[in-house]
Structure formats: structure tokens, C-alpha cells
Design a binder for this molecule. Structure first.
Ligand code: PRP
Ligand code: ZN
Ligand code: MG
Length: 225
């Protein structure tokens, strides 16, 4: 793969962060058009390429230096960092700043009829999650043993389907939990979107562009406060 002179930024293709990520870059003066069929969107006024990928892939792309910047939820970043540390894979990146969107929390939730007192009520039970590392860290701190049920999606239906006793999933409005007869019992991680940079060395020109972009992002975020 050849080193590109263009700055590569990974953003979520579709999901909670995608529209806001595009909006942020546009308000920083980066002009581009997204073609839903295309992975890459080239900016016409700046040497910037946007890579539109699955959110879960963004931290790894930045940590491996495949892209220069990424816009991602802190929850996904932290999960990937712990995962890579366990596997002895590169897990470094620079968090340039927290952004003002993508607020959510990673929470434990159980069916409404579950007699929940505290996290200890989950001792020995099975918990469905897409965030096994954040869940493990929390449960280890509390000294609670549990069993994993790893699901990349549809986590909220696991208890009703008899796959798990409770779940550990992202909550934003709480509508998904309610629709599935679940209630939130503990918040284990609070998250916002953030922008991260690869620790791989950049050319002076690319670093200057990153600095310019970051100062514009600071201006845009501050103006909204
Ligand atoms: C999360 C979570 C729920 C939903 C909760 O998925 O898995 O499905 O959001 O939001 P609510 O409390 O407003 O109902 P999300 O789409 O953020 O992430 P994913 O696509 O990466 O699973
Ligand atoms: Zn995801
Ligand atoms: Mg989801």
C-alpha cells in the first residue's frame, strides 16, 4: 500500500455517529459528497479522503496507521484498546478531543421481572453483550463471576430468546430497553464521540493539515457551547 499525501479520516458509514461526523467536517470547511455505494469520499477543496466504514473497525484502522484520523465513540475505542492490550497488538492512538455528540452509556439491564438488588444479583448468570472487555473489567472490579454471551447485534432480545439472563449494551434514549421489557440497573461506562489520531509519524504537510482541522473543530465545538 502506498503512503498517500492525502489525509485519511475514518468515519462511521451508517449509524448514530455518521451524520454528525459528516456535519462536523463540513462545518470545518471540508467539502465532499458522499455516494452511499462508495467506501471513499474525496474532498474537492482539501487533500482529505473520508473512509466510510463500520464503527467497530475505526479504532483498529487508526492504531494500525491505516488511516490518520478517526471519529469514534469512546466506548468503542476503549473496548478495542483493552482487546488489543490482551492480544499484545498495537493499541496506541492520540485522543485529540472529545466531541459534542454521540452521548450514550454502556449499561447493565435485566428483564422487568428480575429481582435485582445490585450487580451481585448477576453472580453466575449469563450476560449478553457486544462489549465483552468493558463488561469483564467492570465485573472483575466488583468481584462478580458471570458467563458471556457474545452478540454483535440484537443484544436486547437475548433475554426474551432465552440466550441470557441480562444484557450489557448501549443506552441512549432507553427506548430499545423499554421496547424489550428490560430496565437499566447499572451504568458501567459513559461515552461521547471523540476524534483520534494515529501515533505513526506524519509528514509536516499532513500534520499541519491535522492542526488546522483540529483548531477549526475546537472553534465549531466551542461556538455551540
Ligand atoms: C445501540 C444499542 C441499542 C440502541 C439503544 O445501538 O445497541 O440498539 O443503540 O438506543 P436507545 O436507548 O436510544 O434505544 P447503536 O445503533 O448505537 O450501535 P451499533 O449499531 O454499533 O450496535
Ligand atoms: Zn457498531
Ligand atoms: Mg444496536
Amino acid at each position: 500500500m502506498s503512503e498517500s499525501n492525502r489525509l485519511r479520516i475514518a468515519i462511521q458509514k451508517s449509524g448514530r455517529l455518521s451524520k454528525e461526523s459528516q456535519k462536523l467536517l463540513k462545518s470545518c470547511g471540508v467539502k465532499f459528497n458522499v455516494n452511499e455505494q462508495r467506501l471513499i469520499a474525496h474532498s474537492d477543496n482539501m487533500p482529505i479522503d473520508l473512509l466510510r466504514v463500520r464503527d467497530d473497525d475505526i479504532p483498529g484502522l487508526v492504531m494500525d496507521g491505516v488511516v490518520d484520523l478517526g471519529i469514534i465513540g469512546e466506548n468503542v475505542l476503549e473496548e478495542e484498546q483493552i482487546e488489543r492490550q490482551t492480544l499484545d497488538k498495537p493499541s496506541e492512538c492520540i485522543k485529540l478531543r472529545q466531541l459534542d455528540f454521540g452521548a450514550c452509556r454502556l449499561s447493565l439491564a435485566v428483564p422487568t421481572e428480575f429481582p435485582y438488588q445490585d450487580a451481585g444479583s448477576l453472580e453466575g448468570l449469563r450476560i449478553a453483550t457486544s462489549y465483552p472487555n468493558l463488561l469483564r473489567r467492570y465485573m472483575q472490579e466488583k468481584g462478580i463471576n458471570y458467563r458471556d454471551c457474545m452478540l454483535k447485534g440484537s443484544v436486547e432480545v437475548a433475554p426474551r430468546a432465552g440466550l441470557a439472563d441480562g444484557i450489557c449494551d448501549l443506552v441512549s434514549t432507553g427506548a430499545t430497553l423499554e421496547a424489550n421489557g428490560l430496565y437499566e440497573t447499572e451504568v458501567i461506562y459513559r461515552s461521547m464521540a471523540c476524534i483520534i489520531q494515529s501515533t505513526h509519524e506524519q509528514s509536516d504537510a499532513k500534520q499541519a493539515l491535522i492542526d488546522k482541522l483540529l483548531s477549526r473543530i475546537n472553534g465549531v465545538v466551542r461556538a455551540k457551547e
